[in-house]
Design a protein around this ligand. Structure first.
Ligand code: BEZ
Ligand code: FE
Length: 303
């Protein structure tokens, strides 16, 4: 790991350090009468860390202005279709850290990962073995598995939402028309099983034509996400799981731009010959296809 060297506090004279600490104390004290204890805790901690940051990096006034201008551009490009602040949180790993804090390990429950901006309510329902592509282009991929609780008991009627980009790396919502494709929901059967036809995921960049893209470029970082298929799985009395599965061997697994990859979520998407019999008898004689297994374990709902 490479990390820039902080300015040693030894180079800041003690009297100056005390002046700076006094500013922090004054701001912390301003929240002393906050009626909501949680809000007070969050705000005081935020101030503590922000002030420590300003002091550690010896933030110049010019850098402060650039930071404000960056946040202003981030706000201006944000609307109901594009959320640049979430993207900023994603590339700074704040989204994944929040996922980690809120999804404590519970037995062998499946790990969660970042939600991303491309989920859409009211996806079409498909039956077992149905096809989520609805015309989206890509290599067909048979996805199957089970949903169980941490005691290994099958979960019937779990709702599984799935969504993904097409082979060109675009979600349906990015085409700017009304299409709904490469997304659907399916329910597990009485033994907790599910299956569907999806598309073999391919890598794609997060939206990088705005301020967050500029930040990545300035930092020499790639906007690419490792190839993945999104899942959101919910069932009564169990913790809703938001996750993806990733393709073993993908070139971006160790440099996903939003830090979403967990080893336990990397799966074998096995290549099948064009003439290999499909699990549901579907005719795929003109192209290769893949199959992947994803057994999902839901944690108990702690709330
Ligand atoms: C995605 O999974 O599609 C995504 C996640 C975070 C930021 C941008 C895109
Ligand atoms: Fe995605």
């Amino acid at each position: 790991m490479t990390r820039s060297t902080p300015t040693p506090s030894a180079v800041v004279p003690a009297e100056q350090q005390e002046r700076e600490a006094a500013v922090t104390r004054q701001v912390l004290d301003s929240f002393a009468n906050c009626p909501d204890p949680r809000l007070q805790h969050v705000l005081q901690s935020l101030v503590q860390h922000l002030h420590a940051f300003v002091r550690e990096v010896r933030l110049t006034e010019d850098e402060w202005t650039k930071g404000i201008e960056f946040l202003t551009r981030t706000g201006h490009i944000t609307d109901e279709r594009r959320q640049e602040f979430i993207l900023l949180s994603d590339v700074l790993g704040v989204s994944m850290q929040t996922v980690a804090v809120n999804n404590e390990a519970s037995g062998d429950a499946t790990e969660a990962t970042v939600f991303g901006p491309f989920f859409v309510e009211n996806s079409p329902r498909i039956e077992h073995g149905g096809d989520i592509s609805f015309g989206a282009a890509g290599e067909p991929c048979w996805v199957e598995g089970t949903v169980t609780d941490t005691a290994g008991k099958p979960v019937p009627e779990a709702r599984i939402e799935v969504w993904e980009a097409d082979e060109d790396g675009f979600y349906d919502t990015q085409y700017g028309d009304d299409r709904m494709a490469a997304r659907a929901h399916v329910f597990t059967d009485s033994e907790g099983r599910y299956s569907f036809w999806g598309l073999t995921p391919t890598p794609y960049p997060i939206p990088h034509d705005g301020p967050v893209g500029g930040l990545l470029a300035a930092a020499g970082r790639s906007p690419m996400r490792a190839s993945h298929l999104h899942f959101m799985v919910s069932a009564p009395e169990l913790r809703t799981l938001v996750t993806h599965i990733f393709v073993r061997g993908d070139e971006f697994l160790d440099k996903d731009s939003v830090f979403g990859v967990k080893e336990s979520l990397v799966k074998d998407f096995q290549v099948q010959r064009a003439d290999a019999p499909a699990p549901d008898g579907r005719e795929l004689s003109d192209r290769t296809w893949r199959r992947v297994r994803f057994d999902i374990v839901l944690a108990p709902d702690a709330s």
